[in-house]
Design a protein around this ligand. Structure first.
Ligand SMILES: Nc1nc2c(c(=O)[nH]1)N[C@H]1C(S)=C(S)[C@@H](COP(=O)(O)OP(=O)(O)OC[C@H]3O[C@@H](n4cnc5c(N)ncnc54)[C@H](O)[C@@H]3O)O[C@H]1N2
Ligand code: MOO
Length: 650
């Protein structure tokens, strides 16, 4: 039976509900060397005095203070040096009247002496010294037990052990301590499509992301995660595994199969684990709506949505606080910045929206929604944080002040949005090596122009061809009205051509084959991409040469309406046999080990916002670009001239 979501609970209700759960307390004895970050389960009472003896606090001479009372520079007192004591080596005898023992810092005070004269206030004369200054009894001596006394409690139950506490435990001779065991968290993934990272990937399968990201999150929260495996989309298998494992863990997290599709069995299984079974079926929030929560044998089983971004968001919002409560870690309060919405943001009434955003440091923080949704694993890694939209809030207007809860503690030094290129990767990796934090998002050339126009990017790699002027990039500065806002910087040339399968089994020779032959299927690029414009131009030019009408000819090209969104996507289509030919750059053809037929050169340049030119990271980018000219030239399919890094536009 299919199940629809009923009675969605609000995020607040769900948090309150979950935080009421306790776990059975277990303890374990561990070495203080492993105790960092653990919660002490007992009071620690010192069995020793620290120090255990009167201890010399500085290098000098142990004396009887009364012998020095009238000493000064003009009337020094002469004392006889009768021996030596150092740390770990006491003086065996006793200091008598007008006698002294040479002592080092940390030595036990010799019997008979009661203070120490600093070496600097003495003059050595053979086996005696002249004391130039009086000392008071007890001066420069750390009394026995003055630091810690026998019977004193040095660390309390419930304390999170840090270097300071662990240092005190060591000082009182404690080698092992009893700590609270970490909360045990069992983790399952579900889905017939999932494979473990490291295994080969069959067509149609994907790697299991959630178990790894959940494991890491649980560790971060002080829990002890255990991966229990990938379960098939099978009612009995999931039920039996949950029943078997729930005994052994404080809580179980299981991702996938939560939604309403026919294969999504989580609700039914969790209901059967009861009573009470399912206690939450759906949360009025996005992402994360299909979350299912059940109680079985007093323990929680949390069914997290399959989409990695949704899964991690739900974990962070509702599971993390519980694991932290149990493990004694303070709740993450998280850093925030106040910024301004750079565009209108639309939420949905009646649900809490946690909207991943990208933050750009300009004169103020500009906040942009991340365009991809919870289906993309890159959404969270691309976002700097999120903006929370309350249940009653529907729209955030452009320019409105917003509060961003940050995932990171550092906003990127430079934001690069535009077309991807391995030449650019080379420059970026050098920048990273030099300590810059880069945000890079690849959305094609026109996406780059738009991001520069909006102020979302400091820099964009672009290669947009204008058939009217036969020029690259420059004409588009006019089209996007950014001549005042941005500067175009010379990059390098890339070789564009036809990408075909290894060995070119269809014997494709050039553009004409695409127009003429009915036995080949092409993969086109998305409209707006520089490569698409180039291809359309090349097809038109060839059609004119052949004396045919291009709009008619296009109808006969098989696959003309297939749009790949990147050079890589074209290569992947050819590698997978989805298409026979596509247009792309040589570097990508090489990357996928495919054959390549060169047909044109294009300019790949860099568009930089004028206001970003002052940023240190942008200056460094331009420096590296020039320094790396010969390294770029070593890449197959890239040619850089000596005007690289210089402005093209006025
Ligand atoms: N008709 C409807 N369809 C969907 C709804 C809905 O309300 N009505 N909700 C959507 C929302 S929102 C989400 S979130 C997902 C939740 O899906 P499930 O929890 O049922 O998860 P699956 O269908 O098993 O997987 C979704 C998606 O994520 C991939 N996945 C699953 N597990 C993993 C993993 N461990 N690592 C990486 N990727 C994983 C899976 O292959 C699917 O592509 O449902 C929407 N649908
Ligand atoms: O509500 Mo689902 O959890 O995004 O994408």
């Amino acid at each position: 039976m299919r199940k629809v979501f009923r009675n969605l609970k609000s995020l607040e209700e769900v948090k309150d509900l979950i935080m009421r759960y306790e776990r059975a307390e277990r303890r374990e004895k561990i070495s203080i060397w492993d105790a960092f970050g653990r919660i002490l389960a007992e009071d620690i009472v010192s069995g020793v005095d620290v120090p255990g003896f009167d201890r010399v606090m500085l290098d000098g001479y142990a004396v009887r203070a009364e012998d020095t009372f009238w000493a000064d520079e003009d009337n020094p007192v002469e004392l006889k040096v009768i021996g030596v004591a150092s740390a770990g080596h006491p003086f065996p005898g006793e200091v008598g009247e007008r006698e002294a023992v040479e002592v080092a810092t940390g030595a036990p005070m010799p019997r008979g002496a009661n203070s120490v004269v600093k070496e600097e206030f003495t003059v050595r004369k053979g086996d005696s010294i002249l004391v130039m200054r009086a000392v008071a009894p007890g001066e420069n001596v750390q009394g026995a037990g003055s630091d810690v006394r026998v019977g004193e409690t040095v660390a309390y139950r419930g304390t999170r052990l840090s270097a300071r506490e662990i240092g005190i435990l060591a000082a009182v001779g404690i080698r092992e301590v009893e700590v609270l065991s970490k909360p045990r968290v069992g983790i399952f993934s579900t889905g017939d499509e999932l494979a473990q990272p490291g295994e080969p990937l069959e067509y149609g399968k994907i790697y299991d992301v959630n178990s790894s990201s959940l494991m890491a999150s649980v560790l971060e929260d002080g829990g002890e995660p255990k991966f229990l495996g990938i379960l098939p989309d099978d009612y009995e298998a999931i039920r039996d595994s949950l029943k078997r494992e729930i005994e052994k863990f404080d809580i179980i997290l299981i991702s996938g199969s939560t939604s309403v599709g026919a294969g999504d069995v989580m609700y039914r299984v969790l209901e059967e684990l009861g009573p009470p079974g399912v206690i939450v079926h759906g949360i009025a929030m996005h992402p994360g709506k299909p979350t299912v929560i059940a109680e079985a044998r007093g323990k929680l089983v949390i069914g997290l949505p399959g989409y990695p971004t949704s899964c991690l968001t739900v974990y962070r919002e509702i599971v993390s606080p519980l694991i932290r409560k149990w493990s004694g870690k303070p709740l993450e309060t998280g850093k925030e910045v106040i910024g301004r919405a750079a565009e209108r943001i639309i939420g949905e009434r009646g649900r809490r929206d946690l909207l991943p955003v990208h933050v750009v440091k300009d004169e103020e923080y500009l906040v942009f929604p991340v365009p991809t949704g919870s289906e993309a694993i890159s959404t969270l890694s691309r976002a700097d944080g999120y903006v929370e939209m309350e249940e009653l809030e529907e729209i955030i207007e452009e320019g409105e002040v917003v509060r961003v809860k940050l995932f990171t503690d550092r906003i990127a030094d430079i934001s690069m949005i535009g077309s991807h290129c391995i030449g650019l990767e080379l420059i970026m990796s050098e920048m990273r090596r030099r300590g810059y934090l880069i945000k890079s998002v690849f959305v094609g050339s026109s996406g780059g122009f738009k991001a520069i126009a909006r102020g979302e990017a400091d820099l964009a790699g672009v290669h947009a061809f204008d058939p009217e002027t036969m020029e690259y990039n420059l004409p588009f500065m006019r089209k996007f009205s950014i001549e005042d806002k941005a500067i175009l910087i010379r990059g390098y040339r890339r070789i564009q051509g036809l990408i075909v399968a290894r060995g070119n089994p269809k014997g494709i020779k050039g553009i004409r084959d695409i127009l003429e032959r009915r036995d080949i299927v092409m993969m086109n690029r998305n409209k707006g991409s520089g490569t698409r414009i180039l291809l359309d131009y090349l097809l038109k030019e060839e059609a004119e040469r052949m004396g045919i009408d291009i709009s008619e000819a296009i109808k006969n090209i098989r696959g003309y309406w297939n749009e790949a969104k990147s050079h890589n996507a074209v290569a992947i289509a050819i590698k997978n046999g989805i298409a026979d030919v596509g247009i792309g750059i040589k570097t990508v053809a090489r990357l996928y080990n495919l054959d390549f037929i060169p047909i044109a050169e294009e300019n790949y340049d860099f568009l930089i916002r004028r206001s970003s030119m002052r940023k240190g990271a942008v200056e460094e980018f331009l420096r590296i670009l020039r320094e790396f000219r010969s390294k770029l030239n070593e890449l197959d399919g890239i040619e850089a001239s000596d005007d690289i890094g210089l402005p093209i536009s006025p």
